[in-house]
Design a protein around this ligand. Sequence first.
Ligand code: HBI
Ligand code: FE
Length: 297
Amino acid sequence: REAGAAASPAPAKHGLAGNQPPERPDWTIAQDWARYSAADHAIWQTLFERQSRLLPGRACAAFVQGMRELPIRHDQIPDFERLSEVLMRRTGWQVVAVPGLVPDAVFFEHLANRRFPAGQFIRRADQLDYLEEPDVFHDVFGHVPMLMNPLMADYIQAYGRGGLHAQRLGVLDQLARVYWYTVEFGLVREDGALRIYGAGIVSSATETRFALDDASPHRIAFDLSRVMRTRYRIDDFQESYFVLDSLDALLELARIDFAPHYAEAAAAGELEPGALTPGDTVLQAGTGAYHRARRGG
Ligand code: HBI
Ligand code: FE
């Protein structure tokens, strides 16, 4: 089984592109769609077709609907300007191109202004299942369809605002965990089953199967303070997935004041990714076999 494609960033790590000074202070670059090669588009097509075979019955309804309503083809890397025209009308969002990971403050500033920073580059053919930085497939296939859903659109903007505030409060790690276990690796109950809405899962063939079908990970009902306490892995599948009752819960998360939850989480102490606690509503306790085998345990 290939490594999980946790193609989402570790907090505060500048990307490979971060080595040279940014062209603009907000780190945006031109997507320059015409410069993608046939080989680039072919990698998109490979990834797109693989997920399209896997996702029916696994991706949540909002993801499927967002994908259907956006100009995202199977055989070409989408043009961000065309995506932004549709997104802007629907939820006021736009997609801006960046070279890779950008500093936290820059990332939050974009999200707070309904600009989603998407990697301009696409992974190499030998990186189909794992890459360190979010590329255009992770960001546009994984994240952008959910931005057509008003609940997620508001939630991610609130996250951007919260991120700027959390940095000042010194609680960024806790907030980043909430993003990680929702926007990146969240599951949601739908028609009595578990469905994917997290971009890190929905854009990964291996993790799409692992998160829903494998006996190894825990599936735990989402609880804000609990998630704030829970460390996460950036280099492999998650050991625990947190489940929303419905995407309506994002509305609540976008509105409430996180401050008391930060304090509660800090007082309760951090949890390892695979831990269970008495307060958990465990929907499915995992065996942990996958990660034990990876540790050679
Ligand atoms: N930059 N381009 C990009 N994409 C991300 O998802 C991203 C980032 N920088 C920081 C970051 N995510 C996380 O560290 C924050 O969510 C904490
Ligand atoms: Fe991401």
